[in-house]
Design a protein around this ligand. Structure first.
Ligand SMILES: [Zn+2]
Length: 375
C-alpha cells in the first residue's frame, strides 16, 4: 500500500503538473469505484485544481469552490500519466481524471477492487474522512509518545493504526522499527523513555529520507513504479536476505494476509518471533533462537524423515554477526521434536512482551499484534 513517502511522491507530481488547470472530465470505468452520490462527479468538471493534499494515505485533489476528489489507492491502486483522452485499460482501469493536456488514470492490478473515489463538498466533509492520525513529520516527541502509548498494542500495530499516525503502513513500519532497533511485537507499555525517543527519531528520519529520496529519483518523470518493495529497504520484503546492518538473515512473522520483517540480531536480542503459519505447522518444534533455526534446517536437510534429530548434533558455526548472547547448551539447542515436558513457558521477556516460539501459545498475541489492514 502506498504510504507517506509514496503518497507524497504522487502528491508532488500531480501538484506541479495540474494545479491551476481545469478538470475536463472524470470518466468512471467501474461503477463501484465512486463511493459518494452527492455531489455528482460532473460538479468538478470545469473547476480549476487549486491544490493537491494528502490525507493519511489518501490523495486529495482540491478544486475551486471547496470541491474535493479524494482518492484512496488502498494496496494496488496506482496513478498513471497518459496522453489526454486515454481510455482506462480493460481489466485494471478504474477511472480517468482528464485535464487539458494529460489524463491521469487510476488503475488497480488486483482482483479485489478496493481503491476508491469520493467527491466531497466543503472542508467539513473532508475532515470527516480523516481517520485522525498525527502527522509523524509534524509532531514533537511528546505528542508522538503520548499517541503511541494510547491503547496497549504492539509497536507494529500502534505505528500502523491510521487513528494513531498518518501514512505509516506495513512497509515503512518494518523499516523504521529496524532503524530504531525495536521488536515489532514489543508492547508499547514496555517502552522506556529512551526507546520512545529512539523510535521517534527513527520514524522521522526513515519517512523523510525516503520521501526526499523518491522525489529526487523521480525527477520530472511521473512515478510509474510505486511499490512497497524497494531494493534499498533494510528488512521489508527481505526475508532470508542479510540485514544491511549486521548480516543476519532477515526473518518474518506472518499473520492474516500480512507479514512483518525484522532482524533478530538488531531488534529482538536474537530471539525468533513465533510465526503463526509456521508454528502451527511445526508445533513445539518452532526454534527459539537463530542457532536452533540453523540447526533445525541442518537436521531437516540431512534427515528429512527423521522423527528426532540426532542427539548432541553440534550447533553449526555461528554465521554472520550473530549475537551469541547465551549460547544455548547443546541439549537446549536441539529442536526437540518430542519434548518430554514443556519448559517453563516464557510468554514475556524482561525487556518486552516478546512471545518466543517455545512459549505456551507459540504465537504472537494474535488479537493485539495484528495491525489493522486498510486505512
Ligand atoms: Zn541486523
Amino acid at each position: 500500500m502506498p504510504e507517506l513517502p509514496d503518497i507524497e511522491l504522487y502528491r508532488s507530481h500531480l501538484e506541479r503538473r495540474f494545479v491551476g488547470k481545469a478538470l475536463v472530465g472524470l470518466r468512471l470505468a467501474s461503477p463501484f469505484v465512486l463511493r459518494t452520490y452527492e455531489p455528482k462527479p460532473e460538479a468538478l468538471v470545469g473547476k480549476r485544481l487549486v491544490a493537491v493534499e494528502r490525507l493519511g494515505k489518501r490523495v486529495v485533489l482540491a478544486f475551486e469552490g471547496e470541491l474535493f476528489l479524494v482518492v484512496h489507492l488502498m494496496i494496488s491502486g496506482r496513478f498513471r500519466l497518459r496522453p489526454a483522452g486515454t481510455k482506462p485499460p480493460g481489466k485494471v482501469g478504474l477511472a480517468a481524471i482528464d485535464f487539458p493536456d494529460h489524463t491521469v488514470l487510476l488503475t488497480e492490478a488486483s482482483s479485489h477492487k478496493r481503491a476508491s473515489l469520493h467527491v466531497l463538498a466543503g472542508r467539513e466533509a473532508l475532515r470527516a474522512m480523516d481517520p485522525g492520525g498525527l502527522e509523524p513529520l509534524e509532531i514533537d516527541v511528546k505528542s508522538f509518545g503520548a499517541r503511541l502509548l494510547e491503547g496497549n498494542h504492539t509497536l507494529k500495530r500502534a505505528l500502523t493504526d491510521p487513528r494513531h499516525f498518518s501514512g505509516i503502513g506495513n512497509a515503512y513500519s518494518d523499516e523504521l522499527l529496524h532503524r530504531a532497533k525495536l521488536s515489532p511485537i514489543k508492547v508499547v507499555s514496555r517502552l522506556t523513555d529512551e526507546e520512545i525517543v529512539r523510535l521517534y527519531e527513527a520514524t522521522r528520519a526513515s519517512l523523510s529520507e525516503w520521501r526526499d529520496r523518491l522525489l529526487l529519483e523521480s525527477g520530472d518523470e511521473f512515478p510509474e513504479t510505486v511499490t512497497a518493495f524497494r531494493p534499498d529497504m533494510a528488512v521489508h520484503g527481505k526475508h532470508g536476505q542479510p540485514c544491511p546492518a549486521c548480516g543476519t538473515k532477515v526473518q518474518r512473522i506472518r499473520y492474516a494476509n500480512n507479514e512483518a520483517n525484522y532482524c533478530p540480531t538488531c531488534q529482538t536480542d536474537g530471539k525468533l518471533l513465533a510465526d503463526r503459519a509456521l508454528s502451527r505447522l511445526l508445533g513445539k518444534e518452532w526454534p527459539k533462537s537463530l542457532e536452533e533455526l540453523e540447526l533445525y534446517k541442518e537436521v531437516r536437510k540431512t534427515e528429512p524423515s527423521a522423527s528426532e534429530p540426532a542427539r548432541g548434533t553440534p550447533a553449526p558455526a555461528p554465521t554472520e554477526a550473530k549475537p551469541a548472547r547465551k549460547r544455548a547448551a547443546p541439549t537446549e539447542a536441539k529442536p526437540a521434536r518430542k519434548r518430554a515436558a514443556p519448559k517453563a513457558p516464557v510468554p514475556t521477556q524482561p525487556g518486552g512482551a516478546e512471545v518466543t516460539a517455545g512459549a505456551t501459545s507459540a504465537r504472537p498475541r494474535a488479537s493485539s499484534s495484528r495491525p489493522k489492514r486498510g486505512a
